[in-house]
Design a protein around this ligand. Sequence first.
Ligand code: CTP
Length: 397
Amino acid sequence: MLEGKKIAIGVTGGIACYKVVTLVSRLVQAGAEVRVVMSEAATKLVSPLLFKEISGAPVAYDMWRGNDEFNVEHVALGRWCDLMVVAPATANIIGKMAGGIADDLLSTTLMACDKPKIICPAMNTNMLNNPAVVRNLETLRRDGILIMPSGAGYLACGINGAGRLPEPEDIKAYLDDFFAKRDGDLRGRRILVTAGGTREAIDPVRFIGNRSSGKMGYAIAGALAARGADVTLVSGRTALPTPAGVQRTDVLSAAEMYDAATAAFDRADGAVMCAAVADYTPDTVSETKIKKCGGEMCITLRRTRDIAAELGARKGSRLLVGFALETHDEQANAEAKLAKKNFDFIVLNSLRDAGAGFRGDTNKVTFIDRSGREELPLMPKSEVAERIADKIESLLK
Ligand code: CTP
């Protein structure tokens, strides 16, 4: 998978940066084109000359060539590469990336690069467990950056623990897997994902909404895009960043979501209906703020259109995946929706299961199709998204 791939490697000043020399050598041997960018601290541990010889390309580490020439390498490298990797990633570069700081060639290159990024954190165990580092890694994860878990074992500080830079062969295998997914079977497939909750206006300042965070749908959109799919994400209002490689259309109401989703479905090979769409909307929207009065307040609601059911009715050979969030009679309700909306399979989650549902970063789901059910354990939403992507990939084959 690495043959012909253009990989920019950012090397920071962790003791383990000597291992990256071997990594670069392995990548070059596998046919990848590698360009190295170093932080100043890294240049104190390993000579840029060594990376230059191993990669066969100039090594960038200085914003200023000589005294007066501004080095625009940071923009060029980000444009050139297919993937940017930071190995080892110290607490410092992780903090800079999470905080949006660009104060040297490497951090500026990372900021100017809109390609997928993988970081390999490596540091002392206490540093890795420091709340600031944990928080920063979570921020990067939410920003769509892939984080290769560090290994456990003997560390340069003399203790055994977590924080070791994985061996060059393992990092190479991780990159191989990344490209396998990116160039995987979903390449060229167009998939619509709806996500987040809709908002139905009552007046200019109020709306009827729901508790959907959009996390599950965004994770699915990201997982499908990472396998090469051309993903259109039709999203209600969320606080989430757009996953790498995903085309996002923002909508507010169920009616807007209907318009955007039906238009995208016409061009799609399949759709994942993950949004929490309002089933009812105020019959009329007041143009001015409704003032309170003495007695009760009544709002007449009318039904919205069921987007999934309408897509199901005209789906033809396209794949349609639904969600069911239930609080009771889970199995029966999900099976009824599977049939009524003509889904190929439905992902059931129950609010009765701890760790499942809207808000958190985990979910516990059951896949149901016409041939049976598969119950998955509680896992991070990112992992649920991968399992859904696996199923979509096999059904679209
Ligand atoms: N859905 C949709 N458009 C709607 C309502 C739901 O596309 N107007 C989709 C959801 O995205 C989900 C599936 O239909 O994939 C089931 O949604 P859910 O809210 O669980 O079910 P409802 O059909 O709304 O039924 P109920 O509210 O009775 O549970």
